[in-house]
Write a protein that binds this ligand. Structure first.
Ligand SMILES: O=C(O)CCC(=O)C(=O)O
Length: 271
């Protein structure tokens, strides 16, 4: 879809080991420098379809709505990296933007994804693709290295308006010395484990910041439909030898999610 970086590759043994030990791998090349303008155009095209009053951070399921988003998530280089962590058969069930315009004040509180995702077994990998260069200055995502091995942290509800998620782990629970900023060049990705503590501060710079996230799980995952009725999977690679979840349709055109959770059939009329 976009030009691939000539340094794109498979994960090394030490990167696979790092994922197990630290819960993340970062700085992985996917798209080339030549592709960055196309990625920016792609982002503008998708995001500009949202009505002004809707915050893109409060929308999800783009992989079920938009063929262009879906196609990006099927980039073989991205799937190769994911396969190196969770094996040849896996599904996608989430696709979302984490956007911070300069000084918009939005914050992603410290949290563990697996703590509120009703999935079993909990073994999801998140791909975070940088649309713009991302570093400490423009609020790159931060992780607490190794925290995925420490069990569930206490999450408290916080409905502050500038928080992208309404539950947070208090700072005093974190080992500050283990915090790592996942700085990325546009077109690169990081991968993180669903039990890893992560979050991001406000973007106090004049630079834009946006990540495209893709959530993948091995085909043996089962979503609890009582908690997440909309949970549907799309086979991303290999075969679904378990068939444990409802299947989401593959988008045939462009629709735009206006909320966090939708069934794929809600988008069909717009394709
Ligand atoms: O982009 C961010 O700051 C947070 C992303 C996030 O929470 C996630 O990918 O699960």
């Amino acid at each position: 879809m976009f030009e691939i970086d000539k340094n794109a590759r498979r994960l090394s043994q030490s990167e696979k080991q790092q994922y197990l030990e630290d819960g993340y791998v970062t700085g992985l090349p996917v798209f080339s420098k030549n592709a960055i303008n196309d990625i920016h155009d792609w982002y503008e095209e998708l995001s500009s379809k949202l009505p002004k009053e809707i915050d893109i951070n409060k929308t999800n399921m783009w992989h079920k709505a938009s063929k262009k988003f879906y196609d990006l998530c099927r980039t073989p280089t991205i799937l190769d990296y994911v396969e190196d962590l969770i094996g040849p058969n896996f599904v996608q069930w989430g696709g979302q933007f984490f956007n911070k315009e300069p000084r918009d004040g939005s914050v992603v509180p410290w949290h563990q994804d697996a703590q509120y995702w009703p999935l079993s077994p909990a073994n999801a990998v998140t791909v975070w693709l940088a649309v713009f260069d991302t570093d400490e200055e423009n609020a790159a995502m931060k992780v607490v290295s190794g925290s995925h091995k420490l069990g569930k942290f206490v999450h408290k509800k916080n409905d502050a308006k500038n928080l992208v998620l309404n539950q947070e782990v208090s700072f005093d629970q974190l080992d500050e010395t283990k915090i790592v900023s996942l700085n990325l060049k546009a077109g690169q990705i990081s991968l993180h484990n669903d039990a890893l503590l992560h979050g991001s501060e406000a973007n106090n710079s004049n630079r834009r910041r946006c990540g495209v996230t893709m959530r993948f799980s091995p085909t043996n995952v089962k979503g609890d439909l009582e908690t997440w009725p909309f949970f549907e999977t799309q086979l991303a690679r290999g075969v679904d030898e378990y068939n444990l979840n409802p299947t989401a349709e593959t988008p045939r055109g462009e629709a735009t999610p206006l909320k966090m959770f939708s069934f794929s059939h809600e988008f069909v009329k717009d394709w």
